[in-house]
Design a protein around this ligand. Structure first.
Ligand SMILES: Nc1ncnc2c1ncn2[C@@H]1O[C@H](COP(=O)(O)OP(=O)(O)OP(=O)(O)O)[C@@H](O)[C@H]1O
Ligand SMILES: [Mg+2]
Length: 254
């Protein structure tokens, strides 16, 4: 099992954002996490990536516990993520952004970098090459020298994926990868995510667009008020009364 989430809870003061959640992510799978607004999906990603510490429970990656590891160590072990609001270094080039993606996840030595040792220079070449490869993978290599903040929204979403895959992680957490893009672009983006899976990336996907989720996911976890209320295949989930109730309830109370 690539990732095991066991009884994971996150409290913010009196609010339990993630409540005793357990599930597995097998290698090679696309696992979707869905649920109404505020269900705890992004918080769950923050826990897996080490951005927030879990209040309780354990996270195991490739058989080793990662629950209390710092974010950079979790990244180094092969878990990459994109953020719900695209977090780009918007005044830098597309290539620089992808290069930083590589550096965030690769084991780089700060002293080598400061002293500009031969190893640091070699790493610089490596990181540029890895960044270019990630841009090609995401279909935005022609935009390499553009300023990241100036490229279209859909290309920025592709760049977020390029940043995440630059260091070839094993698990990629995608938080709302198609938020704010047109439905035509959503189809193209789904193809990119499918391509990632075909290339061997394991994917956890948070997304509100159900056509994307149902078309891509091998299995789906449904969160509601922080709790897992269902888990199954797209067909099972779309027929699950508790899931339908959670979404209808959320809609009428919104
Ligand atoms: N840093 C924080 N401090 C306090 N409360 C938080 C924090 N982050 C999230 N929350 C709360 O935790 C709950 C879950 O939030 P989260 O962002 O995980 O939901 P979500 O499922 O990603 O929602 P959305 O679909 O709107 O993105 C919400 O009630 C939110 O207000
Ligand atoms: Mg969210």
């Amino acid at each position: 099992m690539l990732l095991q989430v066991r009884n994971v809870t996150k409290r913010f003061g009196g609010l339990t954002a993630v409540d005793d959640v357990s599930f597995d992510v097998p290698a090679g799978h696309i696992k979707a996490i869905i649920g109404p607004n505020g269900a705890g999906k992004s918080t769950l990603f923050h826990l897996i990536s080490g951005y927030h510490p879990a209040t309780r429970g354990t996270l195991t990656f490739e058989g080793a516990e990662i629950t209390h590891l710092p974010m950079h160590e979790i990244a180094r072990r092969g878990i990459a993520r994109t953020f719900q609001t695209t977090s780009l270094f918007s005044h830098q080039t597309v290539l620089d952004n992808a290069t930083m993606g590589y550096r965030m996840h690769a084991a780089t030595n700060v002293f080598d970098a400061l002293l500009r040792t031969p190893r640091a220079r070699r790493e610089e070449t490596e990181s540029r090459e890895a960044a270019y490869e990630a841009l090609r993978f995401a279909g935005i290599a022609p935009l390499a020298n553009r300023i990241a903040g100036s490229i279209p929204q859909e290309a920025q979403k592709r760049l977020a994926i390029a940043i995440a895959v630059a260091a070839k992680p094993k698990l990629v957490l995608l938080d709302e990868p198609v938020a704010g893009v047109t439905s035509e672009e959503t189809v193209e983006h789904a193809e990119l995510i499918r391509h990632m899976a075909n290339e061997g990336y394991t994917i956890c996907l948070v997304e509100h667009k159900m056509t994307l989720v149902m078309g891509l996911a091998d299995s789906i976890v449904v969160l509601h008020h922080g709790k897992k209320i269902a888990e199954g295949t797209p067909a099972e989930i779309s027929a699950d009364p508790a899931v339908i109730e959670a979404y209808l309830g959320a809609a009428t109370h919104a």
